[in-house]
Write a protein of this length. Structure first.
Length: 453
């Protein structure tokens, strides 16, 4: 049993602290947001994450997990302090480190015994050294400490499973003994530990996310080519993924990546390259393709509706950036809804869990109670989030209630043949147009085999 303090009760902090308490440690989570802490103390979760509420309840009851706004209380018995505060994108694309700075300053001012300070927030390479510098400058009197970078690789929606079953954990520090101590906290999980220097650890996080984003943009670009040539990207991805060197994951073409990490991290990495005199060609292409992928949804619908969206009623299924989360940060739906509305469409939308966030943050949309209300009277239906709930809709009912049976499946969730049998004009992402002739705007000539075939 170790005493751990977690600074920040957002997504990463809350999951990390709760999981460490479940592993038998004593965890105090500190957040400056009083209302968040008050809610947590009443058992109300600030985020939607499957399994989290039960896990918090169990560990609070067992006396291993508590929440406070007081750093003093959090640091009192702590041997380890995890910094898990937000690092939003500043306007110029750089990560905004004001919360990390203030956490480091407060820890420095309040610590009264040696600490291992662990940075979990995704921060630009070099931030660990900067945190160490802040702590040593701000301490009223010198007390031993070490800074370790231990990036998180948790996916929203499966964060607890990811924490408990990691592929690897990464620990970077100038103080190898401290890195090994932090690795010890994770040893019960049995995953490989990469112990390295602090800058390399910070880079592993960015490179991992940028690589995954690259895979998504890669398959999205392939999807566009597939559409033009009449191939099916889902089968292409399956055929590619069986090659062990490629692997099957992160090859789902769709409306582009979103969420709180990929867009921000790719941008920040590109920015780090730029500020160090390098032009990040591949990362720029990854971002451009992602923008294009979102934007082309409205274009696709407009073309299918004969060239104008003016006064058309468009239904949107799914607002969250992916299934199993209420998170709409950088969600493709935000761009799609905005583009549709800007072109004169009346947009209505529904999401199984992201409605509260949508109500707060999205303009130009009518939020309705369920998927069937979205379809009612619509000239086109666009699926943007791959929720299970949408897999099992009564598609006959959906089709019959629509004004025009046009279905644009931004996640390739449905079987095209089944949808065509229901009577839909179906368009997925990168799926050939079997039996429906050539796509709009492309001549027979363009569909002919290209030279070299
Ligand atoms: C990601 C990383 O996976 C995680 O390791 C990191 O710590 C935080 O960022 P998360 O943002 O929760 O996690 O989402 P993830 O499941 O990775 O999906 C990211 C985005 O890519 C989503 O918008 C998703 O819909 C999209 N995606 C993912 C695709 O479009 N195609 C795919 O094949 C996979």
């Amino acid at each position: 049993m170790k005493n751990i303090c977690v600074i920040g009760s957002g997504y990463v902090g809350l999951v990390t602290g709760t999981c460490f308490s479940d592993l038998g440690n004593k965890v105090v989570t500190v957040d400056i947001d009083e209302s968040k802490i008050a809610k947590l103390n009443q058992g109300v979760m600030p985020i939607y994450e499957p399994g989290l509420e039960e896990l918090v309840e169990r560990n609070v009851k067992a006396g291993r997990l508590s929440f406070t706004t007081s750093y003093e209380e959090g640091l009192k018995d702590a041997e380890f302090v995890f910094i898990c505060v937000g690092t939003p994108s500043a306007v110029d694309g750089e990560a905004d480190l004001k919360y990390v700075r203030s956490a480091a300053e407060t820890i420095a001012q309040q610590m009264d015994h040696p600490l291992v300070i662990i940075n979990k927030s995704t921060v630009p390479v070099g931030t660990g050294d900067w945190v160490a510098d802040i702590v040593s400058r701000m301490q009223p009197e010198p007390i031993d400490f070490a800074v370790v970078s231990c990036p998180e690789f948790l996916r929203e929606g499966s964060a607890i499973t990811d924490f408990m079953n990691p592929d690897r954990n990464v620990f970077g520090s100038t103080d190898q003994e401290a890195a090994e101590k932090v690795a010890g906290l994770y040893s019960a999980l049995g995953a490989p530990a990469v112990i390295t220097d602090i800058r390399t650890a910070e880079m592993i996080k960015y490179a991992s996310n940028a690589f995954l984003a690259t895979r998504i943009s890669f398959i999205n670009e392939i999807s566009i080519i597939c559409e033009r040539l009449g191939a099916d990207v889902t089968e292409v991805a399956r055929g590619m993924g069986l090659d062990k060197r490629i692997g099957p994951h992160f090859l789902q073409a769709g409306v582009g990546y979103g969420g709180s990490c990929f867009p921000k991290d790719v941008k920040a990495l590109a920015n780090m390259a730029l500020t160090h005199g390098m032009h990040p060609q591949l990362l720029n292409a990854v971002m451009d393709i992602n923008d294009f992928q979102r934007k082309q949804i409205a274009t696709k619908v407009r073309e299918l509706l004969g060239g104008s969206l003016d006064n058309k009623t468009i239904g949107v299924l799914g607002i969250a950036f992916k299934a199993n989360t209420d998170d709409i940060r950088e969600a493709p739906a935000l761009t799609v809804i905005r583009n549709l509305a800007n072109q004169g469409a009346n947009v209505k939308a529904y999401d199984p869990v992201a409605m509260e966030n949508a109500e707060r943050e999205i303009r130009n949309v009518t939020l309705v109670d369920d998927a069937y209300a979205v379809a009612e009277g619509a000239d086109a239906l666009i699926l943007l989030t791959d929720w299970n709930e949408f897999k099992n809709l009564d598609m006959k009912r959906v089709k019959e209630s629509m004004n025009e049976p046009l279905l644009v499946d931004g996640r390739n969730l449905y079987n095209p043949d089944d949808m065509r049998k229901f009577g839909f004009v179906y368009r997925g992402v990168g799926r050939g147009y079997n039996g429906e002739g050539v796509p709009n705007g492309h001549s027979d000539e363009a569909m002919a085999p290209v030279a070299g075939d």
